[in-house]
Design a protein around this ligand. Sequence first.
Ligand SMILES: NC(=O)c1ccc[n+]([C@@H]2O[C@H](COP(=O)([O-])OP(=O)(O)OC[C@H]3O[C@@H](n4cnc5c(N)ncnc54)[C@H](OP(=O)(O)O)[C@@H]3O)[C@@H](O)[C@H]2O)c1
Length: 330
Amino acid sequence: MKQRELGTSGIEVSAIGLGCMGFSGSYGPVDEQECVATVRRALDLGVTLFDTADFYGPGTSERLLGRALAGRRDEAVIASKTGMRRTDEGRMWVDGSPEYLTSAIDGTLERLGVDHLDLYYLARVSPEVTIEESVGALGALVAAGKVRAIGLCEASADTLRKANGVHPISALQTEYSLWERHVEERILPACVELEITLVPYRPLGSGFLTGAIASPADLPEGDFRRADPRFSPENWEQNDRIGRAVRELARTKDATPSQIAIAWVLAQGETTESIVPIPGCKRRTHLVDNVAAAEVMLSTADLAALDAAASMGTAGDRFPAPLLALVDRD
Ligand SMILES: NC(=O)c1ccc[n+]([C@@H]2O[C@H](COP(=O)([O-])OP(=O)(O)OC[C@H]3O[C@@H](n4cnc5c(N)ncnc54)[C@H](OP(=O)(O)O)[C@@H]3O)[C@@H](O)[C@H]2O)c1
């Protein structure tokens, strides 16, 4: 597996990481033993970057990841996030206050069973607290030895610049895939300029690009994607144009659709070496499939075919309105 440096931190990670959000049940029932086995298999395959957050569950993903890494902590680069909270009614809100960010880390370390975290992200940029204050608080955690490097999620190019002026930002985690390319205009160039690694989340379009979901009706009752505009029946046909192109190319290259989707993301970082996708899964079959994407080489013609299919754009917002409102934009 190729290695990438997280920003200029000196921390090396595998070119493909593992997203552990599903360990808390966001993509259906969780088999804890299988999650643990998935993490250990990932390590065996050379995957070193593991992504979680204190609000996944809350706490359950961190706990399960910690259990899986017991005895093998030194082989892993653990990334977690904080700053997203839920009201009693279940509404998500952003708390970027220094008090909250400084206090949340101890719970994360305890749940993971570690004495320090490798990468700590601010999960969303607060509309109420300046980015300088939030990043200042995270930087103090680095100085205290609790965290090795810090990152932001879903930050605009301007916010990245301001943040990086306070403390080096090693990674920006944001959505990037064949069906979500907003980062290309300003954010990715800013990452390259500031030497910040882009960590694309949802590289499989929340499963859409894997080819495993034939229609919106396949999604079980209560699945969060039923409220995701991009999975809605009225947007399915347009969005499946991208899905079809991925599946077709997979057939001709003797690969799987998931591998093509991940290989496309990897190809966007080939020249800059600054992109580390974190496909999420909670079973070994998916993991093995996804890790093999590192070996799938897309030609210029392959990339052009995928780009052509994606050129009409994706129908529907990428989140339901309340979650979209939490995204920082220039
Ligand atoms: N910073 C943020 O705001 C943010 C937001 C969302 C996610 N994230 C992070 O990014 C990670 C990845 O995003 P994501 O998990 O939401 O979306 P994703 O990686 O695009 O897709 C995950 C879905 O695809 C399925 N899948 C994975 N590999 C597959 C394969 N080879 N064949 C068929 N299906 C496959 C998974 O199934 P199984 O689960 O059943 O294996 C799951 O349902 C998360 O785990 C989380 O760590 C961050």
